[in-house]
Design a protein. Structure first.
Lengths: 426, 286
């Protein structure tokens, strides 16, 4: 039977748990992904790690006080100790010379250590109800219930609504706190509110993916989304979609085999999305940047060759032999550069002799003009010595746009000669 | 004797971590220690699969190399992909940890590695595997390994002190004088990786992080001299281990957890005292 013929049976009751878990995972990942975008933008990526470790003592204490495993009590305990940990990190940071990373590492390990102490105390106390508290450490996505899915949906909805309503405030404190303050935003309240959303999301999400991987749900979607866009709205959308799909796909993969843990699979799928974006992001991706660098290098090679050709022809005659260019590039590089220029119908080569045609001369003049204009500009406005001008102009001539050139010409009164008394070709 | 073994083991971990941690604290890189301690999981798995044994050496090599791999990935993300540094750490170690758990739960059912042990170690059972030293004197295997690593760390740091010191406190000067920053970075990272790996097997990832950050932070609050800071950090590490152990025994709770809690308590005391003195000198002199 093929996959498509199977589809109706996927909606039958035996797949009920599968649907509950996959939809639930997708929703909680979505909620964490969008709220985590702000942790990312505020360069607080590792705070998610701190919070997820710090909720443990809260959970343990709420169990010790009530003696029952009630999700609501857990949530209250977890949120309280999560908030306390964030507050402590900020407080110690403001009151001592310690750096945030030290404080975060210390806070997360001490909170977690206290959590472990309490947890072992509970275990040794022989309370039968305690079994299963461990699921807080490593998550138990597979045993998600419809009730959990509803809780997840509520928190995801709250996150979405709050972000939609306070988008401007959240963005302001993410990019420039001082500026936000000067505009009259109450930074403390906005920050605390954002922290509260993050902590609640962590406290709820932790039960399905576990402590260590919760940090990934907050930070990984945003990291990938950042490589796709510069707009904060689009970033939120991308992060949300990444997270939603990863939660869903992670569950599908983990349910396809035995002994496949759900949380880790979600994180692996999520990370794959992010790594894909890091490589293939349209402008910021590693490959896109490599391509830009390559095309810039080609442009520089082209222009340097043209410049040399023009200078040689300025000195003597129309045709130049390849050997005369050997000092600007290696011979292999020169060969490909010349071929490229020939293809652009800028020059023609006959048996090692190069003839620059009209189009080529215009292009070459442009480069020389930019170079010499920049030299004048430097000597006039920066009073640089003549022998310092060339190297600087050598680099900048390739990036001066026609607009800047126009501006330079008017600024310098359309000069005739550069500081080295060479003519400027217009 | 059991008490002695556990305390000795904890103290050795404390010393190793205090030395490495002091450099990490000054370099603002403590969270990398956190990342390494989680990222060793896949390395442990592959070492187990390749060597077919759970004996210490192959596992140690596997774990240490996967720790170093993690730092290389983090470097790559920050330098080449231009991902902001905190996100690089977060993304890479969670991915490695996730891969590790998947591999272990899928193929490593009979391997001697479980997640719980990774997080909070088995300090209580350290004396299960004793090795004879001289005559009737026995030492637990873990303690022995930690002792060797401790000697390696102390020797390496003494040998490379100048390089580590300059690249930590004056990276710009190092660049201008041509000191190989990259070399010292990976030199330190190898040390951190080794320390983390040998330590976490006995005390768990969480106590490793507590030891890496806590005692150096306490020492840093108390002194402005880096050499004094190293000594103080070791001393506080040892103090916390001893107090933590007896606290754990008294309350009948996890030793690793109790030591972390004591580190937190001592830090709080020192923090309250020093912050009321209002001396925020941030000069570190040799």
């Amino acid at each position: 039977m093929s996959f498509w013929q199977n589809i109706p049976s996927y909606f039958s009751s035996e797949y009920y748990t599968f649907w509950v878990v996959s939809i639930g995972a997708g929703i909680i990942c979505f909620g964490a992904g969008i709220v985590g975008t702000f942790s990312y933008l505020r360069k607080r990526a590792l705070l998610g790690d701190v919070i997820s470790h710090a909720v443990l003592p809260g959970v343990a204490i709420s169990f010790m006080l009530t003696g029952v495993k009630n999700p609501l009590y857990f949530l209250i305990g977890a949120t309280t100790s999560g908030i306390l940990s964030i507050w402590l990190v900020d407080y110690i940071h403001s009151k001592s010379k310690l750096k945030p990373d030290t404080i975060m590492a210390l806070t997360l390990s001490v909170f977690f250590g206290i959590g472990i102490v309490l947890l072992t105390k509970i275990q040794h106390s022989g309370n039968a109800a305690q079994s299963g508290l461990d699921s807080f450490l490593f998550g138990k996505a597979a045993s998600m219930t419809l009730q959990d899915v509803i809780t997840f949906s509520v928190i995801a909805l709250i996150n979405t609504l709050c972000i939609a309503v306070f988008l401007r405030a959240f963005s302001m404190i993410s990019f420039d706190e001082e500026y936000a303050k000067s505009l009259g935003f109450n930074i403390k309240i906005i920050k605390s509110f954002l922290a509260l959303l993050t902590v609640i999301t962590v406290a709820i999400g932790i039960q399905s993916v576990g402590i260590v991987l919760m940090a990934a749900l907050l930070i990984t979607p945003a990291s990938g989304a950042r490589f796709l866009t510069n707009s904060i709205k689009k970033m939120l959308i991308y992060a949300g979609i990444f997270a939603l799909l990863s939660g869903f796909t992670g569950v599908i993969i983990s349910s396809s085999g035995t002994a496949m843990p759900t949380g880790p699979w979600i994180v692996v799928v999520l990370s794959s999305f992010t790594i894909f974006a890091i490589f293939f992001g349209k402008e910021k991706g590693v490959i896109a940047r490599m391509r830009i660098r390559r095309s810039n290098n080609l442009k520089i090679n082209n222009e340097n060759t043209l410049k040399k050709l023009y200078k040689l022809s300025e000195e003597r005659k129309e045709s130049i032999h390849v050997d005369q260019l050997s000092d600007i590039q290696s011979s292999a590089q020169l060969k490909t550069t010349l071929k490229r220029l020939e293809k652009k119908q800028i020059l023609s080569q006959v048996k090692g002799t190069i003839i620059l045609n009209e189009k080529g001369k215009i292009a070459a003049r442009e480069v020389i003009r930019k170079h010499r204009l920049w030299e004048i500009y430097l000597s006039k406005y920066f009073q640089l010595d003549k022998d310092h001008l060339h190297d600087d102009a050598e680099g900048i001539e390739h990036v001066i746009t026609p607009e800047i050139e126009k501006h330079l010409i008017t600024l310098l009164d359309r000069p005739e000669k550069d500081p080295h008394q060479s003519e400027i070709p217009y | 004797m059991n008490d002695f073994y556990i305390i000795l083991t904890a103290c050795l971990v404390a010393i190793n971590c205090a030395i490495m941690g002091s450099f990490l604290v000054m370099r603002k890189m403590v969270m990398i220690g956190d990342a390494i301690s989680h990222a060793v999981l896949p390395g442990i798995f592959f070492a187990y699969i390749i060597s077919g044994s759970t004996s210490s050496l192959p596992i140690l090599i596997g774990a240490a190399s996967s720790g170093i791999l993690a730092t290389i990935i983090i470097e790559w993300f920050t330098q080449k992909a231009r991902l902001q540094s905190d996100a690089s750490i977060g993304v890479s170690y969670t991915l490695l940890f996730a891969i590790g758990i998947i591999l272990i739960s899928k193929f490593g059912a009979n391997a001697d590695i479980d997640q719980q042990c990774v997080l909070y170690g088995e300090l209580e059972y350290v004396s299960l595997w004793l090795e004879p030293i001289i005559g009737d004197f026995y030492l637990p295997r873990q303690t022995l390994i930690l002792g060797v690593v401790c000697i390696i760390i102390v020797l390496a740091v003494t040998w490379g002190y100048k390089g580590l010191f300059i690249t930590t406190f004056d990276p710009n000067f190092s660049i201008s004088t041509g000191i190989a920053i990259g070399f010292w970075h990976y030199f330190l990272m190898s040390g951190v990786s080794l320390t983390t790996v040998v330590s976490f097997e006995s005390v768990g990832a969480i106590l490793v992080i507590a030891f890496l950050s806590g005692p150096p932070a306490i020492a840093y609050l108390l002194t402005g001299n880096f050499k004094k800071m190293l000594v103080l950090a070791c001393a506080f590490g040892i103090l916390c281990s001893i107090v933590g152990y007896y606290l754990a025994k008294l309350l009948d709770v996890s030793v690793a957890g109790a030591i972390s809690a004591v580190i937190g308590a001592i830090f709080t005391i020192v923090f309250v005292i020093t912050s009321s003195q209002k001396s925020k000198i941030d000069v570190i002199s040799d």
